[in-house]
Design a binder for this molecule. Structure first.
Ligand SMILES: Nc1ncnc2c1ncn2[C@@H]1O[C@H](COP(=O)(O)OP(=O)(O)OP(=O)(O)O)[C@@H](O)[C@H]1O
Ligand SMILES: [Mg+2]
Length: 370
């Protein structure tokens, strides 16, 4: 069966066996069983072991979503170890470079590890601080700076002082490359440049040094106490599904709500309660929809991303960050809604050019967006 441009390239780099079931409620157990069956049908028998629960069920949910919307005969799954892709309907195997131009779904490992080019929209979305749709809805000052950049832009320490001077005694510094590091500093008027630099080094460690000399490597933000963080999956400018940023939730917890109505007050804090509030979710999703619409007008070349939103200390919505859709954690969202929307728009992605010499290794890992 020839590769067709309407097919899907599916990347499941973390492939592993299933962890022991987590007994929550009848629906979650049934969903876990279904995910294991889908895995078994298309990949391999599931041996229940001690693998990471979220990782297995997220990968299985991606597989399920791909075959649901595209049907197995239109899904080519990457086999990075052999640089091939396998058709999930027919079992046909082709060299991976015959399918990497297709629309893509699933977690993306580095080109370095696989030789597969990056979909250009992903790094473009990582530079979300360049979007006015973000800066106008960030609910806090956000400055782009560089460390030790000899006048080639705003210096990191000056940026920290500027944000503090705007009335923020706590300043958040994040490296603009995804997953490189984030830290929070307490800034007081009597701090010297050396004090600020020491605090940055303590918080960011090697990441600070590695980004030295690079203009635009840091995002300096005022600290805002954020609650009810919520992830909205946006495809072609429209929210299609979403879920609260609850670390323990995966699509095995999905309850057939397009936008899961559960959120945690303080993300990642095990003592923080989980609240179920449909009205608040409607408000957060409406806010994300407005941001997404503005973003699509600003960047018609983009439009697909996850937008994390939250409430500020006054209970007003703000944008936490944008992430590329491929490596973003799923929580209790409905990944099928994402693949159905992807299937409806048959535009092939732009790819980053490959360096002439690309080394790759089989076992692939990539940072995980949670
Ligand atoms: N300006 C800020 N003020 C207060 N808290 C913040 C701020 N920016 C981010 N945070 C908190 O830090 C978390 C991580 O920030 P962000 O999502 O921007 O970085 P990240 O690199 O994607 O990290 P993660 O993978 O943990 O999401 C947010 O989910 C939010 O809880
Ligand atoms: Mg994040």
């Amino acid at each position: 069966m020839p590769v067709n441009d309407s097919d899907l390239f599916l990347s499941l780099p973390r492939r592993s066996s299933a962890p022991t079931s987590r007994s929550e409620d009848h629906l979650a157990e049934e969903r876990q069983r279904n995910f294991r069956r889908t895995w078994q049908e298309h990949i391999s028998p599931v041996t229940v072991g001690s693998d990471d629960f979220e990782e297995f069920y997220e990968e299985a949910a991606r597989l399920d979503a791909a075959v649901y919307a595209f049907l197995p005969r239109r899904v080519w799954m990457a086999e990075y170890g052999t640089r091939t892709a396998r058709n999930l309907g027919t079992g046909e195997v082709v060299p991976i470079d015959q399918v990497w131009h297709l629309r893509r779904y699933g977690g993306q490992p580095h080109t370095r590890d696989t030789g597969v080019p990056v979909v250009s929209s992903e790094p473009a979305v990582e530079r979300y601080h360049e979007f006015t749709a973000f800066t106008e809805h960030a609910g806090r000052p956000v400055l782009v700076a560089g460390y030790d950049i000899d006048g080639r832009g705003l210096e990191l320490i000056d940026a920290v002082r500027q944000v503090a001077g705007a009335g923020y005694s706590k300043v958040v510094v994040k490296i603009t490359r995804a997953k490189y590091g984030i830290t929070m500093l307490d800034v007081t008027a009597d701090m010297t440049d050396q004090d600020i630099e020491d605090a940055l080094l303590e918080g960011l460690d090697w990441a600070l040094v590695s980004q030295g000399g690079k203009p635009g490597a840091f995002l300096v933000q005022g600290f805002v106490g954020m609650t009810h963080e919520y992830r909205v999956f946006v495809v072609n400018g429209l929210p299609v599904t979403g879920a609260g940023c609850i670390v323990a939730h995966t699509p095995a917890n999905h309850r057939w709500e397009q936008f899961d109505s559960r959120m945690q007050e303080h993300r990642g804090d095990p003592t923080s309660p989980i609240v179920d509030d449909e009205a608040l979710v409607r408000r957060l999703v409406a806010f994300a929809a407005k941001v997404a619409k503005q973003w699509q007008q600003e960047r018609p070349d983009l439009g697909t991303a996850v937008i994390d939103v939250a409430l500020d200390e006054q209970g007003e919505p703000l944008v936490v960050e944008f992430n590329g859709i491929l490596n973003a954690g799923l929580y209790a969202s409905d990944p099928r809604a994402v693949t159905v929307a992807l299937a409806a728009h048959q535009v092939l992605p732009a790819l980053e050019p490959l360096n002439p010499v690309v080394g790759f290794t089989a076992g692939t890992r990539q940072p995980r967006e949670v």
